[in-house]
Design a protein around this ligand. Structure first.
Ligand code: NAD
Length: 262
């Protein structure tokens, strides 16, 4: 028999990196988990099996591509079918592309805006009415330090992540009287596959090894020279979804080794 289930959680992009770490943390705390990401049904099945047996929770999976409104609607429908209405939504899926603005490919611009920003809007819009009907909900948007400050070559990513913070604030204000909070987390460098291409590019360009390139990438922005462990983001999401955080809403919380304190 499964242990008593807490609110179901939909975490976009939870087959890898930060999203997967959030899923583990929330599952360990007893939440039913909707896993999601661009991975094969077989890998999705394996992950679900692992979560069910390790944490004794209900677990669903969808590989809907959320680059479109239709894909977001599919993900919401898959979640309801697997677990019922999720009281917690973590908009985490994100992609990156780096290039100078004057040569930024239009297709990459559209894709980054669609996945990092519009998908969060479509899913929030879809799930809010049930949260409002229950007078309870938690929305956590994984933005970035690039939602607060800029870096060169990240026009689309910075635009999307700044936009996500704006969306977070509006949702927080509109639902403050309904027991629903909305917050953004703004990580600096986190140890995940997303930052690998940037490390490899430095190693190639400077003709140095991967470890030296990692140190250079992190140290160029963060006074505290360590990448954040993805589990640390999971623990913060868990806190924001708990009762002690009921008055924390509309915030953008940096987890960035001092990056934005400068
Ligand atoms: N890694 C970092 O240093 C860092 C720093 C700040 C913010 N972030 C943000 O954290 C979030 C997670 O990043 P990560 O480093 O774990 O990335 P990751 O590449 O490890 O994982 C990204 C996830 O998003 C999913 N995804 C991507 N495109 C999708 C699409 N079209 N449809 C459905 N799913 C899709 C992938 O399948 C994967 O599960 C992103 O929003 C990222 O911008 C990361």
């Amino acid at each position: 028999m499964q242990r008593e289930q807490k609110q179901p959680v939909l975490i976009t992009g939870s087959t890898s990196g930060i999203g997967l770490a959030i899923a583990h943390t929330m599952a360990r705390a007893g939440h039913a988990i909707m896993l999601h990401g661009l991975t094969s049904p077989e890998e999705g099945e394996d992950l679900q099996r692992q979560f069910r047996s390790e944490y004794d929770i209900a677990c669903g999976f969808s590989n809907a591509d959320i680059a479109t409104e239709t894909g977001c609607a599919q993900l919401a429908a898959d979640t309801r079918e697997a677990l019922g209405n999720p009281g917690i939504l973590v908009n985490n899926a994100g992609v990156q592309h780096t290039a100078e603005t004057h040569e930024f490919p239009a297709e990459q611009w559209q894709n980054i805006l669609a996945i990092n920003l519009s998908a969060a809007f479509f899913l929030t819009r879809d799930l809010l009415p049930d949260m409002r009907a229950n007078d309870w909900g938690r929305i956590v948007n994984i933005s970035s330090v690039h939602g607060l400050v800029a870096s060169q070559q990240k026009a689309a990513y910075c635009a999307a992540k700044h936009g996500l913070i704006g969306l977070t604030k509006v949702v927080a204000l509109e639902n403050a009287d309904r027991g629903i909070t909305a917050n953004a987390i703004c990580p600096g460098w986190v140890e995940t596959p997303l930052i690998q291409p940037q490390i490899e590019a430095i190693a190639r360009e400077e003709n140095i090894d991967i470890e030296a390139a990692r140190t250079q990438l992190i140290g160029a922005k963060q006074p505290l020279p360590h990448a954040t462990n993805p589990e640390a983001i999971g623990e913060l999401v868990l806190y924001l979804c708990g009762e002690f955080a009921r008055t924390i809403t509309g915030t953008s919380l940096p987890v960035d080794g001092g990056w934005t304190a400068q």
